[in-house]
Design a protein around this ligand. Structure first.
Ligand SMILES: Nc1nc2c(ncn2[C@@H]2O[C@H](COP(=O)(O)OP(=O)(O)OP(=O)(O)O)[C@@H](O)[C@H]2O)c(=O)[nH]1
Ligand SMILES: [Mg+2]
Length: 348
């Protein structure tokens, strides 16, 4: 059964970078992954692209053929893709039944909030067997301003209601958040969408005229308590792994490594003879149920410490770690080459 993610979000929220980061991570983990670019305006695709909408239609084609501007052209491209869904279906079928597919969606938000084509494409993907989650990226800098945070909450809620998929909202580029000044509250206030009445003062100060309306919107979001956020710093492996796990839980994806895959660190090796097994042995502890139902390890307080409270100290600590790794690698390289700089043969 193929699984996948609809990677959506406002322009520049980090969708293509996330797809590329996930491709690198999953390739290193030997997990299957393919990326489908559905953004006809994506000229510089950073990742290896399994299927590219440009092979069907480009934004320029749509604009030239119908005298449309870039935004109208984008909507036309999505409608054209919907009308030619069998083109996409045939190419997806080539990826095989066990494919894990990221769909990189254009940043035009009406595609995921009120235009019907993307929704119908998603429905048809579900019909051909895809188990999908929507991964909705929002730039983390919006949480530094109460009014922008309210608009992000509304956008996330609207996207959720439109796509009707298991939904993960993500505050992307959290590594940059400290650049935008101090947060009024800790990060968990924003990610868990805690008591939003605390935003009242700031909202009142920003636009006193619409304070009551803002508070009505806020209480609507609170009443349904549907919105929450994960965080993402795409260069940070722990952050990517945490998000991947949250998405796996949402789709019900369980990765069982192939029999010849190297076991991850900490796995208890199987006994040499079956009769030597002791009750404390935990063979295959990285497989099915431990990955599906195990606890989520990372905590948003760790994210707060890493990227807000002690960012400089953590950056310095990581840099020192990379330097040490580099020195070790260089030392091993020099040893392998020998004193005269020539490669030592295996047999010498
Ligand atoms: N520091 C930092 N920068 C990021 C991160 N994710 C993305 N970026 C940067 O954000 C910018 C926009 O990223 P893209 O991946 O092109 O965003 P997009 O959502 O695909 O944009 P559109 O396709 O135009 O809608 C790029 O300069 C990325 O390098 C992140 O986690 N941390
Ligand atoms: Mg993009």
């Amino acid at each position: 059964m193929p699984f996948g993610e609809i990677v959506c979000g406002a322009p520049g929220s980090g969708k293509s970078t996330y797809c590329y980061g996930k491709h690198q991570l999953f390739t290193a983990l030997s997990r299957p992954i393919s990326i489908v670019n559905l953004d006809p305006a994506n000229d510089n695709i950073p990742y290896p692209c399994a299927i590219d909408i440009a092979a069907l239609i480009t934004l320029q084609d749509a604009m030239d053929a119908h005298g449309l501007g870039p935004n109208g052209g984008m909507l036309y491209c999505m409608e054209y893709l919907e009308a030619n869904f069998d083109w996409l279906e045939a190419r997806l079928a080539e990826l095989g039944p066990d494919a894990y597919v990221l769909f990189d969606i254009p940043g035009q938000v009406e595609l995921s909030t009120n235009h019907e084509s993307l929704k119908r494409i998603v429905l048809r993907l579900a019909k051909i067997g895809f188990r999908l989650a929507a991964v909705h990226l929002c730039d983390a800098h919006y949480v530094t301003d109460a009014a922008k945070y309210v608009s992000v909450l509304l956008l996330s809620l609207r996207t959720m209601l439109q796509l009707e998929l298991p939904h993960i909202n993500v505050l992307s580029k959290v590594d940059l958040i400290s650049q935008y000044g101090d947060l009024d509250f800790n990060l968990d206030f924003y990610t868990e969408v805690q008591d939003l009445s605390y935003l009242e003062n700031t909202l009142n100060n920003a636009s006193p005229r619409y304070a009551a309306l803002n508070m009505a919107l806020v209480s609507l979001i609170e009443d349904f308590s549907l919105v929450g956020f994960e965080t993402l710093a795409v260069e940070d492996k722990a952050s990517m792994l945490h998000l991947a796990r949250a998405i796996d839980r949402a789709t019900g994806y369980v990765y069982v490594p192939p029999p010849n895959a190297p076991a991850p660190p900490g796995t208890v090796p199987p006994p040499a003879h079956p009769h030597q097994a002791t009750p404390s042995s935990r063979p295959n502890d990285y497989a099915l149920f431990s990955s599906a139902a195990g606890p989520m390890k990372a905590d948003v307080r760790d994210v707060q410490e890493r990227w807000v409270d002690a960012k400089d100290a953590w950056d310095a600590y990581e840099r020192a770690g990379w330097r040490r790794e580099g020195e070790v690698a260089r030392g091993m390289d020099a040893e392998r080459k020998g004193g005269d700089g020539s490669e030592k043969g295996e047999m010498s």
